[in-house]
Design a protein around this ligand. Structure first.
Ligand SMILES: C[S@@+](CC[C@H](N)C(=O)[O-])C[C@H]1O[C@@H](n2cnc3c(N)ncnc32)[C@H](O)[C@@H]1O
Length: 522
């Protein structure tokens, strides 16, 4: 990165950012020589102080411990019942993701902007008039704007997508000493060689006159980026535009206690974010005292090879859980492929050693062998056809595609088939014809069956599927004039499960609470 004045007309740069605040000094976090148990104990105390009233009085049901092969993790200090609240966490850092956003929103409060409106402070970010720098110290954006100004942005009158992408890391400078200490105690894997982080992009393209690429500020930013990439969760705010259309703004949030949970492809918790972006973690299965409290970093319904690659590339570890070790994934065959021999219509190709990406695949009926390159190619073609094409079409097209085409080359429980069914479930609304509603009901039941076979417990996707199944059955019952179907016990159980799982979510279906009242669930 060029120092101030280099790489362009220094005079212009200085004129653009007259009266900028001085570059803040970043106090060093004191390092103390402690043993590992002492470090963990003091980290826990800092974390408890940070969480404050979010931790109810008494001994929490979790503790921080170390686990061989995992590093630190959370352990249950007592038996925890299914659906019990394990903890509530709040984000120490939250902000935009490196993500192509479809709407323009205020980088501070996330409100939708009708047109691009840049902050008058010169930070090059889209900011609404309530958060604008000119509002003064009461603006939640004032401090970060002053910080960005201190680095002297070039082209101060133009929007910068890359500064928006780096904003969450930049907010790392505004943390209190205690919060910074907590953040810096988190694990942070350096980026892979082929990856250009948001900070390197800012430096490479020379966005600032006064940000030294080798200086302490950039070193700190890199550290925060690594910590975010290793630990951050995807969260979102739902905001309405002037016409009252709702938009979901995807954000990234660093939740320290949440991030201390290690990964398992069959976890024992689920989590939701409430309207205040607090993370609420519930047990999705009973957890025994002494058991590790584990979360899933990947997609539940992806096949093993997809999850393994995702976890290796994004989180730097190889998952070796029971699900990953079983080629059939507890009989769900999510990652399996249809045998390519015409004479073997029932055959399923599976990796012989699922923990090895280069494993040979073999048919479970005719023993046909296929090398990993060919199996990957088939998956790539299926993924391209479905994810880039079919998934964007309307519901009736997806249903025909599933019934007429997909059956010929993919298994009904293959991850791509399942993904398409999930999209169809979202798209088939109550005003669709009976045949489509029947298909939706079938897809819900099929995917619930996969979750059951995985023994996945009371997870978020189950909540969504139970809600969709209930609403669909009520609609079908109305169309058939058989309203008693809706109130059958098995159906009301679906609504009860949906409510239990989705109730704390700030993002739950808008009619769910009304349904609960109407059908007397609570
Ligand atoms: C979000 S952090 C979890 C907390 C972390 N163990 C610590 O000590 O701070 C994610 C990192 O934990 C480790 N990890 C999580 N789950 C793991 C697993 N199933 N197997 C091995 N390492 C795991 C990996 O290093 C991963 O990048």
């Amino acid at each position: 990165m060029a120092a101030a004045g280099e790489n362009g007309n220094g005079a212009t740069g200085a004129a653009e950012t007259a009266n900028v605040p001085p570059v803040p000094e970043l106090p060093e976090v004191p390092t103390v020589d402690l043993s590992l148990p002492e470090r963990i104990a003091s980290f826990k105390q800092e974390l408890l102080a940070y969480l404050g009233e979010l931790v109810p009085p008494g001994e929490p049901p979790w503790d921080i411990a170390t686990f061989e092969g995992y590093g630190r993790g959370l352990v249950a200090t007592r038996d925890i019942a299914v659906n019990e609240l394990v903890f509530v966490d709040r984000p120490v850092l939250v902000g935009p993701r490196v993500n192509n956003y479809e709407v323009i929103f205020c980088a501070s409060c996330c409100s939708i902007l009708r047109r691009l409106q840049l902050c008058t402070g010169g930070c090059r970010l889209p900011i609404c008039s309530r958060c604008d720098y000119s509002v003064g110290a009461s603006s939640p954006h004032a401090a970060e704007c002053a910080l960005i100004q201190s680095w002297q942005p070039k082209d101060a009158g133009r929007y910068s997508k890359n500064i928006l992408y780096a904003l969450t890391s930049i907010r790392g400078f505004l943390l209190s000493e205690r919060d910074r200490s907590i953040v810096l105690q988190m694990e942070g894997h350096p980026p892979r060689k082929e990856m250009t982080t948001e900070i390197e992009r800012l430096l490479k393209d020379g966005y600032f006159w006064n940000l030294d690429g080798e200086g302490p500020a950039v070193r700190y930013l890199r550290q925060v980026v690594n910590i975010l990439n290793t630990n951050a969760f995807e969260t979102s705010r739902i905001v309405a535009d002037e016409e009252n259309n709702q938009h979901e703004i995807i954000l990234r949030g660093l939740y320290i206690l949440g991030a201390l949970m290690n990964h398992c492809c069959r976890p024992n918790v689920r989590y939701v974010f409430d309207g205040e972006l607090r993370m609420r973690v519930h047990a999705s299965r009973p957890i025994k005292k002494g058991e590790q409290i584990m979360n899933n970093y990947s997609k539940i319904l992806w096949g093993s090879q997809h999850r393994i690659i995702h976890l290796c590339f994004s989180k730097n570890f190889l998952c070796c859980c029971d699900r990953c070790k079983d080629p059939t994934e507890f009989g769900t065959y999510l990652g399996a492929l249809k045998c390519v021999r015409e004479s073997c219509p029932e055959g399923r190709l599976l990796p012989v050693n699922p923990l090895k990406i280069s494993s040979v695949w073999r048919c479970d009926r005719c023993s046909l062998k296929m090398d990993n390159i060919k199996a990957s190619k088939i998956q790539e073609i299926a993924s391209r056809m479905i994810m880039n094409n079919a998934i964007k079409r309307e519901a009736s097209h997806i249903i025909d595609y599933l019934n007429d085409h997909i059956v010929k080359f993919l298994l009904p429980t293959n991850q791509f088939t399942v993904e398409l069914k999930l999209q169809a479930i979202k798209k088939i609304q109550s005003d669709r014809p009976l045949v489509e509603l029947r298909e939706k009901e079938k897809y819900c039941l099929e995917i619930l069956d996969i979750l059951q076979r995985l023994n996945y417990g009371e997870c978020f996707v189950k909540g969504v599927l139970c809600y969709e199944l209930f609403v669909t059955r009520v609609t079908i019952a109305q169309l058939l004039n058989e309203s008693e179907i809706a109130t059958e016990t098995s159906n009301l159980d679906q609504l009860r499960t949906a409510w239990q799982i989705l109730k704390p979510s700030g993002n739950r279906p808008r009619d769910l609470q009304q349904l609960v009242v109407t059908y007397g669930i609570e």
